[in-house]
Design a protein around this ligand. Structure first.
Ligand code: EPU
Length: 336
């Protein structure tokens, strides 16, 4: 194989939670051809595979057996498409850097998704979303490599079956494909999305994609911890969606509870608010804590491990369940 497989590779710096982890083998193929070669080699050896992107939505165990593959496909380019452009971004491109570059080009569509950590290849898996916009709204297609036979296919956005923090990649295609490239469709026509919080005030005057992206960065920096200084994986739980009668009952007791009716009749609740109401904001236990400015984010204070984090998260979820009867589901994926 022409790519270098590193034995006993330390991944502590490769996950934003900063959890200690050693990969039995690690490889970062720099082209689709090299990636295909690596996958064929792993199949031939019977090595279990773990795919790694930016490690920002992942809980790593102390040891990962088999082969950890982090695609180092880092090219992106623009293609004219009607009044807008098509953006091709390979899986290893840093999402936030891409967003800022596109905003700098005056292109509308991804600016509300600024400062989301991670690589492009992971973005469709959980259909990243923030400040009123989800990836699925600007995504045109996803290029894939199939793990079983190395064939390449392209899925349209419709076939990705996007929903809130969900896609076909978490379900039917889970563990069966590697995402190699995203194709986004952006616009040159102004279409600011400023409904969330005080975004509109922050970009008062003449909004540009760059002004919106910078305002989003400012909001995020106020609430969310920087993984470079405090380990975290963003929101640790999904916002729960409950039946309308459950929401009604909760609203009767808590009239100020944030709630968002969904097209399917269910009602989305704010997990951060539920955790906050349990008095857990800023709570620390052992090596983990609930962030003191956004209760939906769990932070690693250093020295902890995955099992401890899961136990800590379980205690948070239990408190919410006991007080509100609402079950919280974890957002970051468990590797290995
Ligand atoms: N809230 C509290 N206390 C808290 C946190 C939130 O009362 O400690 C309340 C807020 O006041 C607000 C509501 O809960 O009324 C919602 O909070 P916020 O607007 O901060 O958003 P969120 O629902 O907690 C979601 C995403 C974030 C995304 C923001 C902004 C999920 C799981 N999380 O958080 O995504 O940045 O909306 O759009 O959907 C991520 O996925 O990692 C992430 C950060």
């Amino acid at each position: 194989m022409s790519v270098v497989i590193r034995p006993e590779h330390d991944l502590s710096g490769a996950n934003t939670l900063g959890l200690p982890c050693v990969a039995e083998r690690f490889v970062a193929p720099g082209s689709v051809a090299a990636l295909r070669e690596v996958l064929a080699g792993a199949r031939a050896h019977g090595w279990p595979l773990t795919l790694l992107g930016g490690g920002s939505n992942l809980i790593l165990p102390a040891r990962l057996s088999g082969l950890v593959v982090q695609p180092a496909l880092t090219r992106w380019w623009l293609e004219p498409a009607g009044e807008g452009v098509r953006v091709h971004a390979e899986a290893g491109v840093d999402w936030h850097r891409l967003v800022m570059a596109l905003a700098g080009h005056g292109l509308w569509g991804t600016e509300n998704l600024a400062l989301i950590p991670g690589h492009c290849g992971a973005a469709p898996i959980q259909n990243i979303g923030a400040y009123g916009v989800e990836l699925g709204e600007v995504l045109e297609a996803v290029h894939l490599l199939h793990l079983d036979d190395g064939r390449e296919t392209v899925l349209s956005a419709g076939e990705c079956d996007f929903a809130y923090r969900d896609s076909v990649f978490k379900r039917e295609l889970n563990g069966r494909v590697v995402i190699t490239r995203l194709v986004l469709r952006l616009s040159r026509t102004p279409r600011p999305r400023l409904d969330y919080g005080d975004l509109a005030r922050r970009v008062a005057g003449c909004p540009t994609p760059l002004a919106v992206a910078e305002a989003v960065c400012a909001v995020r920096r106020e609430k969310l911890p920087d993984p470079a200084t405090l380990g975290n994986a963003g929101s640790f739980f999904q916002n729960p969606r409950v039946a309308a009668d459950v929401a009604e009952r909760l609203l009767h007791d808590h009239p100020r509870m944030p709630h968002f009716p969904q097209p399917d009749g269910r009602v989305k609740l704010a997990a951060g608010w539920l955790i906050d109401q349990c008095g857990l904001k800023g709570w620390r236990d052992g090596h983990f804590g609930v962030h003191d400015r956004q209760a939906l984010v769990l932070v690693h204070l250093g020295g902890g491990c995955a099992a401890e984090l899961l136990a800590f998260a379980g205690r948070v979820a239990e408190r919410v369940e006991a007080r509100f009867g609402v079950t919280l589901e974890r957002e970051p994926r468990l590797a290995g």
